[in-house]
Design a protein around this ligand. Sequence first.
Ligand SMILES: O=C(O)CCC(=O)C(=O)O
Ligand SMILES: [Fe+2]
Length: 351
Amino acid sequence: MKFHVPLIDIAPYANDGEDSLARADTAEALAQACREVGFVQILGHGVPDSVLAALASAMDGFFSQPSEYKRCYRAAPEINRGYAPPHSESLSLSLGIGTPAAADYFEAFNVGTAASDFPGLELPAQVYAENLWPQPVAGFDDRQFRGAVETYFAEAGRVARILTRIFADALGVDAGVFERVSDHSVDVLRMNHYALPPGTAADGPDPVGMGAHTDYGIVTVLWADPVPGLQVLGGDSVWHDVQPAPGALLVNLGDLTARWTHDRWRSTLHRVIPPVVDGRIVRRRSAAYFHDGNIDARIETIPSCLAAGEAAYPPITVGEHLAAKLAGSRAGQPNREAGSEAERLRAARDD
Ligand SMILES: O=C(O)CCC(=O)C(=O)O
Ligand SMILES: [Fe+2]
């Protein structure tokens, strides 16, 4: 079965246009992709090329610094901010797969929504942690970095919210269903850099860029370099290469949306393998914006997603759900709740 990542134009929503037929087409296309794949590419998102170029150059500026400098921006493991060196995580542990801890070779820099963004609300400081902005150093423009990252963070957040407006229409529910759970959403941008030591053989042992996982929250907006590396597990249990079309952003559904829709929509397993171009492993960059919802929001199955007599998942808060997932990927403790995804992964073939 050929794997196809649908390419959807979200301009009818992004431009706030009045064309209800065009909107209906967009919502229907997205609904179908969410049911079948849980992974799409979007055009018409309105993020300027210049914003993406500035983000890429900000990432280069930081990741090209010496390791001792980058490690100054490490947070405590339970805080999803700042620098994560290579081999500090093993994403597939979140699915209960027994890979060695710290297998993944990506390095990352994380920024997210902080408690100070929401004055007047009492929010847990660990989840809504302040950002760790890197200080200037020769050859690194800290102001360019912060400006570019903050600008892209706002743009990606805007796109994530447009997507949830389309989700609401696609599911036939009021837009408020999503808005009510995201006015102080836990949103994190993970900027990923995949680089192996120069000269690593493309035909050598198989290092893991980022282990197989599903994303945890509502929806992820993913910018990625147009090179290979990202793979998605299809319904045929085969890993398929995914590369964004020119100008497109990738979008994947998170586990919370799968649960919310009683698995009518899917959160797709994905992973990153070393990207090989012309027989050589190349560097790769990506930036994943996770839109996870308010920590205290209660997620209950959307009634229209249930067949008559079908039992819904018990309600869960975003906080409870994220804690279960994060505990798995960080502490080296397989997450026992993620059984069915782990089974799909075990059945996967590397064709
Ligand atoms: O690098 C990629 O394309 C994927 C990144 C990813 O899946 C993540 O950060 O969760
Ligand atoms: Fe991911």
